[in-house]
Design a protein around this ligand. Sequence first.
Ligand code: FES
Length: 123
Amino acid sequence: MYNDKVLEVFQNPKNAGEIEDANGVGTIGNASCGDIMKIYLKIVDDVIVDAKFKTFGCAAAIATASVATDMVIGKSVEDALKIKNADVVAFLGGLPPQKIHCSVLAEEAIHAAVEDYRSRASK
Ligand code: FES
């Protein structure tokens, strides 16, 4: 069902885990399967210096979270928000159609983590 690139990233995911002193944390649930994605961001001067994820999701969720967290590290918050799940899916060489909804989790959880960061910063 998955291409070789997806399987490779799924088997060797980067950025899995938790950031203890994260200053932006976002959790998103997948309405169609019930799985959860949690993204931790460490942001300094509006630049994402570290990103990690935890998920109960499937191989597609793990692979897309690995790629998405890699893509946002080193980017400004503004630029990170421009990364779409379609960019992540393209990087992976595609996903089966029934797995596209899984790739939305990382994008949405990154957005939620940025919102959390911004709400903490405005306090
Ligand atoms: Fe739930 Fe993929 S089936 S995240």
